[in-house]
Design a protein around this ligand. Structure first.
Ligand SMILES: Nc1nc2c(ncn2[C@@H]2O[C@H](COP(=O)(O)OP(=O)(O)OP(=O)(O)O)[C@@H](O)[C@H]2O)c(=O)[nH]1
Ligand SMILES: [Mg+2]
Length: 481
């Protein structure tokens, strides 16, 4: 049984206290254990009971009412912030932290450290691939004691919660375990239906009839547009573009690094420590968007009325195709480090609402990556954006530092060059056994046979997919090559 204290926060006053014990050692006597006792919570306990009794419980719990319930917070009973704030920590404990995390010299540094979080949006069935990414992350970051904020539009399965907290807090790594237990809180946030899926209250969202929207999805599906027929993918893109940072579980944090299930970090790095002062957005890969997913995005952008926020658009050349259009370059948001103060600002909100009111997220299939990119270009200065030269894999693309010294220092396990063809590349492609790129027929055959794709790392010419060269030219300037 996990030796975890299960702490439940809600944002309003407590209405009642639940007296059941869960295997997370829920201690209802703690003063901060409060509960609105919603159906969600009730269901959660029922689900838990069936779980401990060995029933084959459903993976996804259907939630009838979750308007008041926001998140569970988990921390070990050894967590030093259960009874302390940064200011009230005893001096000897603070000294111990300073010796462990050298970048923390003052209590203000510790406050700053605590304001960083890893943010993950995920589904219950992605448990395995998320655990792998988390384990990989924990082994790559020198002091991986950030809080984890994990969100879902469906209630998290208790088994999911159990495993994830175990990997993050009770990690088997003895060198990090002590501080993980003392410093990390893991929060499991539930996203309200009306925030996640505005079409549930369509009359408040758009006058476009549902039949019209659905026929657009069918058309896009027939055209073979990636996720063209998916409502949930669209909800996800809209949530990542203009909502995640307002979830109450992120209150009090100032920066998040986004993580996704299935990604790998191929070099040592620290997503927050490496940020220059004043940076509001950091990325590692920049690619070209599928044009058919965003037919009207750029014209919608051009109709945005600037006012006092107008900032000279220093970064516009990065997305300029030279003839008045969009060159499709975007930051790949599945890895991003982002200032929450920035995205919570009035200017960012107003910018996103301009797009959202056209219902383009649903009529077309706008990804959060081009949306975020346009916001960066519109609202940030060059010195507020940073390219992080780290090794990162989100299949099928990978980035790897081009500079040997960087790769050595960061202990990278990736290779950035195709030596044979003398090409600097960024990509992974599907390979057959002979080492040649798989053609469509081979891939289809594999899919039919349910074979796993073999990923083999080869690099391909970055001109074809990557916008990094443009970034070096119009953004910060290139730092290698
Ligand atoms: N809770 C929840 N999470 C979702 C949903 N759809 C996507 N996500 C998460 O949102 C993130 C982006 O979704 P992905 O499916 O990875 O989208 P993508 O990266 O554009 O596409 P892939 O190439 O398939 O990875 C991931 O962290 C997913 O786990 C959903 O319907 N519910
Ligand atoms: Mg993904």
């Amino acid at each position: 049984m996990l030796c975890l204290t299960f702490v439940l926060f809600v944002f309003s006053f407590a209405l009642s206290t639940v007296s059941k014990q869960t295997p997370f050692d829920l201690d209802t006597s703690l003063p901060y254990f409060t509960s609105l006792n919603t159906n969600y919570e009730q269901n959660f306990f029922e689900l838990w009971e069936s779980y401990v009794n060995g029933y084959n419980h459903p993976l996804v719990l259907q939630l009838k009412k979750h308007d008041k319930f926001y998140h569970f917070d988990y921390m070990s009973e050894k967590n030093i912030f259960i009874n302390n704030t940064v200011e009230t920590l005893p001096d000897d404990l603070f000294d111990e932290i300073r010796h462990e995390i050298l970048s923390i010299k003052t209590r203000a540094d510790l406050t700053k450290f605590k304001q960083n979080a890893i943010y993950i949006l995920v589904r219950n069935y992605e448990l395995d691939s998320l655990c792998k990414s988390i384990l990989n992350f924990l082994s790559r970051v020198p002091h991986p004691y950030f809080d984890f904020i994990i969100m879902n539009d469906k209630p998290f399965d208790p088994f999911f919660i159990n495993q994830i907290t175990k990997f993050i807090i009770n990690s088997n790594n003895p060198t990090t375990k002590k501080w993980a237990e003392r410093l990390i809180t893991v929060k499991f946030g539930l996203i309200k239906a009306e925030i996640w899926d505005p079409l549930e209250h369509k009359e408040d969202y758009t006058t476009i009839p549902m039949s019209v929207i659905e026929s657009r999805w069918e058309q896009q599906e027939e055209q073979g547009i990636l996720y063209g027929g998916s409502r949930s993918y669209r909800n996800m893109c809209r949530f990542q573009s203009m909502n995640f940072y307002n979830h109450p579980s992120l209150d009090g944090y100032k920066y998040t690094m986004r993580m996704e299930p299935g990604v790998e970090y191929l070099c040592n790095f620290d997503p927050f420590e490496e940020l220059r002062d004043g940076v509001k957005y950091a990325f590692t890969l920049s690619l070209v968007e599928y044009p058919e997913t965003i037919p009207s995005l750029f014209t919608t952008y051009l109709t945005y009325k600037r006012d006092e926020y107008y900032r000279n658009r220093e970064l516009f050349e990065f997305i300029n195709d030279g003839i008045g259009g969009y060159n499709l370059c975007h930051f790949w948001t599945n890895f991003e480090v982002i200032s929450l103060d920035w995205v919570r600002s009035e200017e960012y909100t107003r910018f996103m609402e301009h797009f959202d009111k056209t219902a383009g997220f649903y009529m077309e299939r706008w990804g959060d990556a081009p949306l975020r990119t346009l916001a960066v270009v519109e609202l940030l200065r060059i010195d507020e954006v940073q390219w992080l030269d780290i090794g990162y894999l989100h299949p099928p693309f990978v980035s790897c530092p081009g500079d040997l010294k960087t790769r050595t220092e960061r202990q990278c396990t990736c290779e950035p060059y195709d030596f044979e063809n003398d090409i600097l590349g960024i990509s992974l492609v599907y390979m057959n056994e002979d080492g040649f790129e798989k053609d469509d027929e081979e891939e289809e055959e594999e899919e039919e046979n349910n074979d796993n794709f073999d990923f083999d790392r080869i690099t391909i010419n970055m001109h074809d997919y990557s916008c990094l060269k443009k970034w070096w030219r119009y953004g910060e300037g290139k730092s290698f090559l």
